[in-house]
Design a protein around this ligand. Structure first.
Ligand code: HOZ
Length: 420
């Protein structure tokens, strides 16, 4: 089996932990190709994809325009390590679409973007402390790994060995959606917190939308303290609205991290924000950040082709289809006597088995029945639907999830819920 071969040369056989299926049991599927909403695995089995490369596949696999843009660029050059007009084109699109972003620096991953956001917040404010939220995941840099979601939650690793205690001590971790906890932290450490980082819609402990007023309150508290508010929109950017969560909820951060969709499926990350803050980045300023592959023309070409396809019609259909699939899954849950709480925000959804809605906090996620999710995951996979291989990750919906695809998914769910 491929997994046995992979384990001989790759730690755990995978290049990112959640892929190992530790959260659902069994062996990971090795994929070979994708087409629209479909994936084909190495054995030739086909399934409907709701992982979507963890978000970037918003227009379907092998979208003709995105592939054409990559091929056209590949015919010119694969990279220069020097500026291109193309990267200005992408930067201009990001600035025009994401309301709070006045300047943007392209990088290679979301982890780079959040790591740089932390450094920039510290450099700009001259302070050291960072606030993050339990269950939120911002990539794997040292400062942001405490009580993080995604793979750490899946594997039950609250704090990774290798992060120096002195670094971890600079990060305060608070309960998500708890404005009072934020107020208390800022009262306890006045003018000492460089920045507060959060996923405005949490997407790495399942999908947890912000409670009404939560984002507004953290904006007001951070501003009053002179601390920077950082929205990690790697997942929500260009997904929950054309301008991301900040446009959807009308709350403007100082810094925004982006990734996934802006690379159209190729590796990318970006940090954007207020001009005054962004101008502290080298070479304009003194906060250092760099990268040989930053602004890679293939990723930039794919990103431009993707962003150009994202009109309001796309978001209207995403909202309708996300409503539809989650409503029908809920109904199927009732039909089969399962208590399933479902959270969703345009293009993102997650199922919490044996949990009571509304799910607004990390403890509720932790208490949901992840074994039941694992059984459902495998029953769906047997029926040709690939969901996230962890109860703590979200499902993604794109324009490729048309009515017929959703109908096929719901038929599979009907069978899967009967079987588990
Ligand atoms: N941390 C990613 C999802 N939130 C998973 C990355 C991957 O395995 O590709």
């Amino acid at each position: 089996m491929l997994i046995d071969r992979a384990r001989r040369t790759i730690p755990g056989g995978v290049n990112s932990p959640v892929r190992a299926f530790k959260g659902v049991g069994g062996d990971p599927v090795f994929f070979k190709s994708g087409d629209g909403a479909w994936l084909e695995d190495a054995d030739g089995n086909r399934c409907i994809d709701y992982v979507c490369s963890w978000g970037p596949v918003m227009l379907g696999h092998r979208n003709a325009k995105v592939v054409a843009a990559i091929k056209a660029q590949a015919d010119l050059a694969l990279g220069f390590g020097a500026p291109t007009e193309l990267e200005i084109d992408l930067a201009e699109r990001i600035v025009s679409m994401v309301p709070s972003v006045e300047k943007v620096r392209l990088m290679n991953s979301g982890t780079e973007a959040t790591m740089t956001a932390v450094r920039l917040a510290r450099g700009f404010t001259g302070r050291d402390l960072i606030v993050k939220f339990e269950g939120c995941y911002h990539g794997h840099s040292d400062a942001l790994l405490t009580k993080a979601g995604s793979g750490l939650l899946t594997l039950g690793i609250p704090n990774s060995p290798g992060v120096p205690q002195a670094v971890a001590a600079q990060t305060l971790t608070l309960p998500f959606n708890d404005a009072e906890a934020v107020r208390k932290a800022y009262a306890a450490y006045p003018q000492r917190i460089a920045g507060l980082i959060l996923e405005p819609v949490a997407g790495n402990m399942g999908c947890i939308p912000p409670q009404p007023g939560f984002l507004e309150t953290v904006r007001q508290i951070t501003q009053a303290d002179g601390s920077l508010l950082i929205f990690d929109e790697v997942m929500t950017g260009f997904r929950v609205a054309r301008g991301g969560a900040q446009a959807r909820y009308g709350v403007m951060p100082d810094l925004t991290t982006l990734g996934k969709i802006i690379g159209g499926g190729l590796p990318v990350g970006a940090l954007g924000g207020r001009r005054e803050v962004m101008d502290r980045l080298a070479p304009e300023g003194d906060v250092y950040q760099a990268g040989t592959l930053s602004g890679n023309p293939l990723a930039v070409a794919a990103g431009i082709a993707t962003l150009d396809a994202l009109d309001e019609e796309v978001y209207a259909s995403l909202a309708v289809n996300t409503d539809l699939i989650t409503r029908e899954l809920q109904a199927l849950g009732r039909k089969h006597g399962r208590r399933i709480a479902i959270n969703q925000v345009c293009g993102m959804f997650s199922l919490f088995f044996d949990a009571a809605a509304p799910i607004t906090a990390f403890e509720q996620v932790a208490n949901a029945n992840s074994d039941a999710y694992a059984r459902f995951f495998h029953a769906m996979l047997q029926r040709g639907v690939y969901l996230a291989p962890s109860a703590f990750e979200v499902g993604f919906i794109g324009v490729q999830h048309t009515q017929d695809i959703i109908d096929a998914t719901l038929a599979a769910a009907d069978g899967a819920l009967a079987a588990i």
